[in-house]
Ligand binder design. Structure first.
Ligand SMILES: Cc1cc2nc3c(=O)[nH]c(=O)nc-3n(C[C@H](O)[C@H](O)[C@H](O)COP(=O)(O)OP(=O)(O)OC[C@H]3O[C@@H](n4cnc5c(N)ncnc54)[C@H](O)[C@@H]3O)c2cc1C
Length: 424
């Protein structure tokens, strides 16, 4: 990738990865080469607060990464409220919805993910969903527009049903409960956060939400949606009819890869990239939630050699953007960052470092009070993952240990930790 530095870089998407990439390129004095194409009207902003402080407090504003003037000073041309609609790979151009056509030397897809929707609720022009593709009392949460709509819907809704017991669903449930709403969480799996956390952490999260007054139902079959006009009136839970006030879909996200797949780039539930974030077209990179990438961190590699991953986290978006910046600047710096993540759900601050192994042993390390502890995951005697609950010092120590590969610090020594059952 030793192209002339004057080659234009077009970044599609105005989220975390795009903002980080703009920052890295501007720092390298290359902002003048960059066009940033955002389908949203806002300048890039922080997404995590949308399910937390922003949803809770009507006075809370969006947290932009940088002001308009910063982009102008850096020489970055920002195209807002104008989605990219097609890539011409042969001609190296990108067409925007407005009809504008941008030539590129390098194109970077930072298109993130979309909230998963339910076919039964038939969004779109032919279904009962309205012009926004939503029933009037069914919401998803991915963008600032979604969050503003949900904040408005919250005003009039004493009762909330959350479909899905994943991170975002539980954050919304906790926020709604803190606002005094009657909240029900419906989860089809036998435990909360099943794909992401240990059984012990699932149980702690469940008990915390139950104690706060959230009605959590696990292992349920949900269907039989009754829709009148634009309104979801009721659904059936294990065959029992339940009326619905407001419902939020927290059933995961799908990578936004339409542009890439339409252009014939390799996609496998995510735009396939190599360790330097190059797609199957050497002039197109991809970063963040939309990518499927080769796992590269030493702490997890031994267990997962050759595995390709898709992650949805701020860490992944930021670190992949740094890798892409290096690639664009002619340096090969393969992505090998340690995955880490956090979630805030009412009184719970969950922090994860590393990835849960498929097999291994777990130890519970008590914290300074009954609501604070960590679950440490080992493969043999090697720490590969740490889940911390209200224990930020453990989380930071685990990250340091996993990042440097050095033997456990006193802060994480396992002698005070109680062995738990091995993974089945
Ligand atoms: C409510 C919520 C809470 C979260 N909380 C946490 C948390 O606590 N901790 C954590 O680590 N992670 C959290 N995440 C996940 C984190 O925000 C994402 O992993 C991160 O935003 C990914 O960054 P990205 O740049 O890949 O994608 P995004 O930030 O989603 O940005 C993608 C952007 O691309 C735009 N786009 C898509 N297609 C086009 C197109 N064709 N043309 C132009 N623009 C396009 C989209 O509109 C969007 O603005 C949360 C996410 C949500 C939604």
């Amino acid at each position: 990738m030793n192209e002339t530095p004057s080659g234009k870089i077009v970044i599609v998407g105005g989220g975390h990865a795009a903002a980080q990439l703009c920052g890295a390129l501007a720092t390298a004095g290359q902002g003048g080469r960059v066009h940033l194409v955002c389908e949203e009207a806002e300048l890039p902003y922080q997404r995590p607060p949308l399910s937390k402080a922003f949803l809770k407090n009507p006075a809370e504003a969006l947290q932009s990464f940088r002001a308009q003037a910063w982009f102008a000073d850096a020489g970055i041309a920002v195209h807002r409220a104008d989605a990219a609609v097609a890539i011409d790979r042969a001609g190296r151009t990108l067409r925007l919805r407005s009809g504008a056509v941008l030539g590129y030397e390098w194109l970077v897809l930072a298109t993130g993910a979309r909230a998963r929707r339910l076919p039964d609720l038939a969004h779109g022009p032919n279904g009962p969903g309205g012009p926004q593709g939503e029933l009037d009392n069914v919401a998803v949460l991915r963008s600032a527009a979604d969050a503003l709509r949900l904040r408005t819907l919250f005003d009039a809704a004493p009762q909330l049903t959350v479909l899905g017991g994943g991170f975002i669903g539980l954050e919304i449930a906790a926020t709604a409960r803190a606002l005094g709403k009657e909240v029900t969480v419906l989860e089809s799996a036998p435990r909360l956060l099943m794909r992401s956390v240990s059984p012990e952490l699932s149980e702690h999260v469940l008990q915390t939400h139950l104690t706060s007054g959230i009605d959590v139902r696990l292992g349920v079959a949900v269907g039989g949606f009754e829709i009148e006009g634009q309104h979801l009136v009721a659904l059936h839970v294990d065959g029992q009819r339940q009326t619905v006030g407001l419902m939020v879909l927290g059933i995961g996200a799908v990578p936004e890869q339409t542009l890439a797949s339409d252009a014939g780039l390799a996609c496998e539930n995510g735009v396939v990239v190599d360790a330097c974030m190059r797609t199957s077209d050497p002039h197109i990179l991809a970063v963040g939630d939309c990518t499927r990438f080769p796992e590269g961190h030493a702490a997890t590699l031994a267990d997962n050699a050759g595995r390709r991953l898709r992650l949805e986290s701020v860490q992944n978006a930021n670190d992949q953007a740094r890798t892409a910046a290096a690639t664009l600047l002619g340096r090969e710096e393969p992505y090998a960052a340690l995955p880490w993540f956090w979630s805030e759900q009412g009184a719970l601050r969950l922090q994860m470092a590393g990835l849960m192994p498929a097999d291994g042993t777990r130890h519970r390390r008590p914290g300074t009070n009954p609501t604070s502890f960590s679950i440490l995951h080992y493969v043999g005697d090697r720490l590969v993952c740490a889940e911390s609950v209200n224990a930020p010092a453990d989380h930071l120590a685990a990250r340091k240990l996993l990042e440097t590969g050095k033997s456990p610090e006193p802060a994480l020594a396992c002698d005070a930790a109680v062995p738990l059952k091995s993974h089945a």
